[in-house]
Ligand binder design. Structure first.
Ligand code: ADP
Ligand code: UDP
Length: 238
């Protein structure tokens, strides 16, 4: 499978067309942004770690949990063949512990355990700053149908159960929260798309609560390269 032409360059990935109209190649960069593009930088080898981790998780979700995903084949350290989809313009967030914008919104300390996991939807639009929205907004604006929201909600909680348990048992890492995106294939099937990585998840060491994710970059804490490497080491033993 070869790249034909660049379809899109995002903040973290480039997306290429292929000879097959139903397939794309995503190419993961080391570029990091925060604050909706206000802060820019590089995290050495982040692209390799995010590509490999995302593929590892999507393969397991599809094979073991019945969550359909866009993953097709890992081509190289940074490149993966995925099913082309029309992205549902939503950032779907799950929270197990309070952190980030949730802590700010409700004035609760980061790390407070929530009585049950929460799902949130944001309208995916950089110019608007990805505003918070609810199921009525989504249906009224025709971003997705009620049936699609139900499917997305079901898949997203499955992702949470799998990822939370896997990260804790295999990596001694707490899954604080994460964001996923979904797309529609040409026949309308909803699939998990985009990525699952330390860019899109908050991961804390279960003993020390040390941050092992993009918050180190967002909050100018330093040590982001080592944190990404540490997640990869615990996940894949390297
Ligand atoms: P951003 O657009 O937020 O800067 P990225 O740099 O990660 O993000 O760019 C990747 C883009 O590709 C995102 O807009 C994402 O929604 C989109 N995308 C991810 N998976 C697929 C897919 N399977 N088909 C089509 N588009 C996808
Ligand atoms: N997230 C993401 N992309 C975004 C916004 C959030 O991947 O554009 C992830 C983020 O990594 C975290 C979760 O979604 O794991 C919840 O983020 P939050 O709403 O707290 O936003 P933040 O504090 O990052 O602004």
């Amino acid at each position: 499978m070869k790249k034909v032409s660049q379809l899109y360059e995002g903040k973290a990935k480039k997306v290429w067309t292929t000879e097959d109209p139903e397939l794309l190649i995503v190419d993961y960069k080391d570029d990091a942004t925060a604050g909706n593009g206000a802060k820019k930088g590089t995290i050495h080898d982040k692209g390799i770690i995010n590509n490999r981790m995302s593929n590892f998780m999507m393969k397991k979700l599809e094979e073991e949990y019945g969550v359909p995903t866009h993953f097709v084949e890992e081509l190289s350290d940074r490149e993966t063949v995925v099913k082309k989809c029309s992205i549902v313009p939503l950032e779907v967030i799950v929270r197990n512990l309070a952190a980030g914008s949730f802590s700010k919104r409700y004035g609760v300390e980061e790390g407070k355990t929530l009585a049950c996991p929460i799902i949130e939807f944001c309208y995916k639009d950089d110019a608007l700053g990805d505003p918070f929205c609810n199921q009525y907004d989504i249906v009224a604006m025709e971003w997705a149908t009620k049936e699609e929201i139900d499917t997305i909600t079901d898949y997203t909680f499955k992702v949470n159960e799998f990822l939370k348990n896997y990260m804790l048992e295999k990596c001694n890492i707490i899954l604080v929260d994460f964001k996923v995106e979904f797309g529609r294939l040409s026949d309308g099937t909803i699939v998990l798309a985009d990525e699952i990585s330390p860019d899109t998840c908050r991961f804390w060491d279960a003993d020390t609560r040390e941050k092992l994710d993009k918050d180190r970059f967002r909050r100018d804490m330093g040590g982001e390269e080592d944190a990404y490497k540490e997640v990869m080491r615990r996940l894949m033993g390297e």
